[in-house]
Design a protein around this ligand. Structure first.
Ligand code: GLA
Length: 395
């Protein structure tokens, strides 16, 4: 073999060896918490093809896609009838799912869909019960990249087949989630699998076992401060169950839906990034105020959520209405959230030594994108009513 030919053969050999590695890496699903948009919180049962296209357009034009919001997820109420062969079709609000999916993909985005292991979804549309393989295949043919699988109607089956037998009902539930996971795998298409069963049976302990990439840890969020805070602050202790490929999901974002003040939404966002929560915007993206966009797309804030170390944060302390939470980041840094749950402004003092930083630490305010000049061994700041400050501590 001539020298150049030998070199080419060698290069080909090396590439062939490296390909499976590159492939394996590119198929790591949800290596960081999934980001995107979901139709439910704003559009609920009215969502249409046009709304989904408009949302995809807005993700691009607003800069949200480039900030990491990639998934465009259609929630409940897209379903129509099953045909004689049992194949599910979308209803008239979604005339052509494949065309919609192609459109979303053409924008450099991914697309997601919703179903239930039960005969009916929460909004009483057709679920995947006894059609799991068939539905998974349909989703893959449409080009779906994400499935939210919502327990809902399956609770009736559990009640019927396991009355007064919580152990059996639990086993049935696990089997139902596993069944769809296997069906998704069988399609050969990487599809992020999102479990939605409201945190029942400590799902964080077995969500990974049934193939979940994320699992809801609570009942539904709403666009009210009290509900957001109730959910967000209840997540203490769950950090050890999250990591690359498998995340606790305290539900979708309400930022920009109008029911909270800017400070309350800032607290919502700060808490969610500290929790390494999936960031699925739930607002009408075609009508966003600059303040909503700024809350959703602050690069340094999102970097906390998406940090490649993939560790969820946890509570450090709670004193009256104020709380301090921290989240480990790459390179030994930590993000620290200072939260004020009161309706008056509060002063919060953070001591880096409480989370293992000796003298010589550096502090940065991430919402403001500003390094802080701290002289002593602590930092004291006034946090507005229902507000939050997000810091990064590094050495
Ligand atoms: C449940 C879920 C929500 C949403 C609705 C749709 O309530 O928890 O997130 O998907 O169903 O019907």
């Amino acid at each position: 073999m001539s020298r150049p030919k030998a070199l080419i053969a060698f290069a080909l050999l090396v590439t062939a060896y490296m390909l499976p590695v590159a492939f394996a890496q590119s198929t790591t699903l949800a290596a960081t918490p999934p980001m995107g948009w979901n139709s439910w919180n704003h559009f609920a049962g009215k969502v249409s093809d046009a709304d989904v296209r408009a949302s995809a357009d807005a993700l691009v034009s607003s800069g949200m896609r480039d900030a990491g919001y990639i998934y465009v997820n259609i929630d409940d109420t897209w379903q129509g009838e099953r045909d004689a062969q049992g194949v599910i079709h979308a209803n008239s609000r979604f005339p052509d799912m494949k065309a919609l999916s192609d459109y979303v993909h053409s924008k450099g985005l991914k697309i997601g869909i919703y179903s239930s292991p039960g005969p009916l979804t929460c909004a009483h549309y057709d679920g995947s019960y006894q059609h799991e393989e068939q539905d998974a295949k349909t989703y893959a043919e449409w080009g779906m990249d994400f499935l939210k699988y919502d327990l809902c109607g399956f609770r009736e089956i559990m009640k019927k087949e396991a009355p007064n037998d919580p152990q059996k009902a639990f086993a049935m539930q696990k089997a139902a989630y596993e069944k769809m996971h296997k069906a998704l795998l069988a399609t050969g298409r990487p599809i992020v699998y999102s479990l939605c069963q409201y945190g029942w049976n400590d799902v964080w302990k077995w969500g990974t076992e049934v193939g979940g990439n994320l699992w809801r840890t609570t009942g539904d969020i709403s666009d009210r401060y009290s509900r957001m805070a109730e959910i967000g602050f209840s997540q203490a202790g769950l950090a050890k169950f999250a990591g690359p490929g498998h995340w606790n999901d305290p539900d979708m974002l309400e930022v920009g839906n109008g029911g909270m003040t800017e400070d309350q939404y800032r607290q919502h966002m700060t808490l969610w990034v500290i929790l390494a929560a999936p960031l699925l915007a739930g607002n009408d993206l075609s009508k966003m105020t600059p303040s909503t966009l700024a809350l959703l797309t602050n690069k340094e804030v999102i970097a906390v959520d998406q940090d490649p170390l993939g560790k969820q944060g946890d509570r450090v302390s709670a004193v009256g209405p104020t709380e301090i939470w921290s989240k480990p980041l790459s390179n030994g840094a930590q993000a620290v959230g200072l939260f004020n749950r009161a309706d008056t402004e509060e002063t919060i003092t953070f001591r880096p030594r409480d989370i293992g930083f000796a003298k010589g630490f550096k502090l940065r305010d991430l919402w403001q994108g500003k390094d802080l000049n701290v002289t002593g061994d602590s930092y004291t700041v006034t946090v507005p009513a229902y507000g939050a400050v997000l810091l990064k501590v590094s050495r």
